[in-house]
Design a protein around this ligand. Structure first.
Ligand SMILES: [Zn+2]
Length: 50
């Protein structure tokens, strides 16, 4: 299965905090995950960036 590297960025401070992979066939849209942002010091929604 081809998996593409994506970067997740905090929606509040725009900092790119996480690298991960996703399967674009399963998730063709931009994914969102609630993750801890060390810059904001709390859990914030992180969105896929390019
Ligand atoms: Zn943040």
């Amino acid at each position: 299965m081809p998996r593409d590297k994506i970067i997740l960025g905090c929606i509040e401070c725009k900092r790119r905090n996480y690298n991960m992979t996703k399967n674009k066939k399963l998730h063709p849209e931009r994914v969102e995950y609630r993750k801890y942002c060390p810059n904001c010091g709390k859990h914030v929604v992180h969105k896929e960036t390019r």
